[in-house]
Design a binder for this molecule. Structure first.
Ligand SMILES: NC(=O)c1ccc[n+]([C@@H]2O[C@H](COP(=O)([O-])OP(=O)(O)OC[C@H]3O[C@@H](n4cnc5c(N)ncnc54)[C@H](OP(=O)(O)O)[C@@H]3O)[C@@H](O)[C@H]2O)c1
Length: 327
């Protein structure tokens, strides 16, 4: 397996900030849906980023019922906090064990303050509105995020899980530097409208589920036997015929990855961060070795032969239905 080469940083929209094309997604370390997490490994995973050219962490107020993800980031970064571009999200919180979407301005202000406290910092580089909330006018939430930016609590603002119409409305009230959406080799809906919208406005595109929660790392057993408690069983991509077709697809990718001594995860993420308009792939990990492997997707280019194998595999597989859930 090849590990990380030099990393070329990319602009985070017009914010003046630069981020690595592979970022660490800090949802798994919250331990809500990911099995077998522990504090020592989570902290080591975050700290690994310093050595492998990953300078961007993605978390959220709701990553853990008690802010576990943000708290772990504070403890892991310590005095090196300024070397990292931290993004967090507001607008979804835990209440009695349930995730509640609430985008009222007072709630967003409260969550921002709580996130800063947990992260041990006086500002983040990027604050997203986590998801739209039908109960609250978009302009009110955008106004609150704009004020948080003007007060210096965040350097830039982003939104996540928005339609293009919602992006338009929000952007008119508060300039957006980044949009966060699901995207991977098999779930490419955002190529239709979202990516062109962002590219026209120099807005960064940060994508989640580059590995479709581990499926596209190509290490899960073909038999499909996952632990009874494994939350991934609920996704259609992990079920029945979709699962079998995905495994056939991954077999093709193995041939392409072997040509340059990379792993399937590295091939998949390399392809993803090379797609037009994509700024960074938010790659979840719970062990240092996982983010080290994924970071090895940076710093090299697919050969023509690898591209041909990937294109043929994609054509045979076809696109999977995207499922809009956040966990
Ligand atoms: N804005 C939103 O609404 C939203 C929604 C979802 C996610 N996100 C963000 O996007 C990030 C990415 O999403 P995600 O973490 O759910 O999924 P992901 O990045 O597609 O997959 C992460 C999972 O893949 C497995 N994995 C990672 N590296 C691996 C490797 N080298 N070899 C084998 N398996 C590997 C691990 O699972 P196992 O070890 O358990 O197999 C890991 O938990 C999140 O962490 C979060 O920051 C945002």
């Amino acid at each position: 397996m090849q590990t990380s080469a030099t990393t070329e940083l990319r602009p985070l929209g017009d914010s003046g900030l630069l981020v690595s094309p592979v970022a660490l997604g800090c949802w798994p370390i919250a331990g809500v849906t990911t099995l077998d997490t522990n504090e020592a490994d989570s902290i080591a995973t975050i700290q690994k980023c310093f050595d492998i050219g990953v300078n961007h962490l993605d978390t959220a107020h709701v990553y853990g019922p008690n802010g576990e993800s943000e708290n772990l980031i504070r403890r892991a970064l310590g005095k090196r906090r300024d070397e990292i571009v931290i993004a967090t999200k507001c607008g979804i919180h835990y209440e009695d064990g349930e995730m509640i979407t609430d985008n009222r301005p007072e709630r967003l202000r409260l969550e921002c303050d709580e996130s800063l406290r947990r992260l041990g910092t006086d500002r983040v580089e990027l604050l997203y509105l986590h998801a739209p909330d039908d109960k609250v006018p978009l302009a009110d939430s955008a106004g609150a995020l704009r004020e948080l930016m003007e007060s210096g609590k965040t350097r830039s603002v982003g939104v996540s899980n928005f339609t293009v119409e919602q992006l338009e409305a929000f952007h008119a009230a508060c300039p957006i530097s980044a949009v966060q959406m699901p995207y991977n080799m098999l779930q490419r809906d955002i190529e239709q409208r979202t990516i062109p919208w962002c590219r026209e406005r120099h807005v960064a595109i940060m994508i989640y589920w580059p590995l479709m929660k581990g499926l596209l790392a190509g290490k899960l057993p073909r038999s499909g036997e996952l632990d009874e408690r494994d939350n991934r069983r609920k996704y259609p991509m992990y079920q029945d015929d979709e699962w079998r077709r995905n495994q056939d697809f991954i077999e093709q990718l193995r041939n392409a990855a072997a040509l340059s001594s990379h792993t399937v995860a590295q091939l998949v993420v390399n392809w993803t961060i090379g797609q037009p308009g994509i700024t960074s792939a938010l790659c979840g990990a719970k062990r240092p070795a996982q983010i080290e492997e994924t970071a090895g997707a940076m710093g090299w280019t697919l050969s023509a032969e690898q591209r041909a194998i990937i294109d043929a595999a994609l054509a045979a597989r076809g696109q999977a239905a995207a499922k809009r859930v956040f966990t």
